[in-house]
Design a protein around this ligand. Structure first.
Ligand code: NAI
Ligand code: MG
Length: 358
């Protein structure tokens, strides 16, 4: 088995955590017997923008299409490029052009992590957020009228298509079906948003009939957010529209402690295009260049990538390795966000050693 991976480190701590993610991938390749061919690209970064005036070169789509997956760090350096330019000029292009319509984020409280939720221990928080990643509230249909007058009006439409809703629901139901609890929760707001959200509910109900083994419930987004904090143990697979999923997929990881360990996958389930794997966090300009960023979000993203590529054992091996390191390492190994005084490299190396040790 050979996997061809495009590696894009991007900006800030992306440059520091991506090498640790690659180190984990190489250790997994050695321990589990597959071949890894990585190619690094310098675009989707502020440096590239300074040199070329754009975030991406003309041929990026053809170039990246040739890879099995994209391993991404973070993009954004607001001193040099405004955030909407860097984000829409790179990551959002990848998600839309590669039709990565599922954004998957595991939310899991690990041993050794301090949850900000009172009285919660590992096992209480272990679920997935599945976010619709290409349509919904994030449309460009709308406009501004009567600009500069007291009648100024802005409108932005939500777009839901049957194909778009059903395909992300199918992914979420399939995931729930494979999990022991077989429980799916839908985020809605059909009491207030009276056209699109009832449609979403209708599609969830219809899909539920196709998956009779999956136990389905729904909550309005406001109380759902509250229940993430009050009853995280209620959830198994949570599916939401683009906006609701975006909010829940930051709230979920926040309930488990540091943002530094949270991974995400932007997936094209049909594998027509490469999927993209990245940590939840950004480029962290406040700590960039100091070698203290937590690499676990990037390493966990590497595990999600291997799972997507069919390397289940290797993915599980990476997961076991970082869970063990987080649960039982001395201060000098752990990064400051975990209460340690170690470095990106000390933590990354400990995980890689753990992967090799099996
Ligand atoms: P951020 O996630 O970069 O940082 C938020 C806070 O968390 C900072 O205090 C940072 O030091 C800390 N943090 C983040 N990752 C960490 C890690 N691995 N270890 C330890 N501490 C960590 O979010 P922020 O500051 O809002 O954005 C900074 C830049 O990143 C902006 O340009 C933004 O647009 C971009 N960004 C890019 C994302 C992406 O590439 N997918 C996602 C989020 C933000
Ligand atoms: Mg977000």
């Amino acid at each position: 088995r050979t996997h061809r991976i495009a590696v894009i480190a991007g900006d800030g701590i992306g440059q520091e955590v991506v090498p640790e993610g690659v180190r984990a991938l190489e250790a997994a390749a050695e321990a589990y017997g597959f071949e890894l061919r990585t190619t690094e690209f310098d675009y989707a970064s502020a440096d590239y923008y300074l040199k070329h005036g754009t975030m991406l070169p003309d041929g990026w789509f053809e170039q990246l299409s040739a890879y099995d997956a994209i391993f991404f760090g973070a993009v954004g350096w607001p001193e040099v490029v405004p955030d909407h330019v860097s984000l829409w000029g790179s990551l959002i292009q990848f998600r839309r052009h590669f039709d990565q319509y599922v954004n998957l984020r595991p939310v899991k409280l690990l041993e050794g992590m301090k949850s900000p939720l009172a009285g919660r221990s590992p096992g209480d928080v272990d679920f997935y957020v599945v976010r619709e990643n290409t349509e919904g509230e994030y449309s460009s249909i709308g406009g501004k009228m009567f600009e500069g007058t007291d009648r100024e009006t802005v409108i932005q439409e939500t777009v839901m298509t049957r194909t778009g809703v059903d395909r992300v629901l199918t992914y979420a139901f399939e995931l729930a079906q494979r999990r022991p609890r077989r429980h799916l929760t839908s985020a809605t707001k059909s009491n207030g948003i009276s056209i699109t959200m009832p449609y979403w509910d209708e599609r969830v109900e219809e899909m539920g009939r196709r998956y009779p083994e999956v136990d389905v419930d729904k909550f309005h987004i406001d109380i759902l957010a509250a229940n993430f904090v009050l009853h995280p143990d209620w959830f198994d697979v949570v599916v939401g529209s683009n906006l609701f999923g975006d909010i829940l997929s930051d709230l979920g990881p926040a309930c488990t402690g540091t943002i530094g360990i949270a991974p995400s996958a932007n997936i094209n389930p049909e594998r027509r295009f490469p999927s993209l794997f990245e940590p939840v966090h950004g480029s962290a300009p406040d700590i960039a260049g100091r070698g203290i960023a937590n690499p676990v979000g990037q390493i966990w993203s590497a595990a999600l990538m291997l799972e997507h590529l069919g390397e289940r054992e290797a993915a599980a091996g990476i997961q076991r390795a970082f869970e063990k390191v987080l649960a039982g390492s001395p201060r000098e190994v752990l990064t400051p966000d975990l209460g340690g005084d170690g470095s990106t490299q000390s933590l990354g190396k400990a995980v890689a050693d753990g992967i090799l040790a099996g």
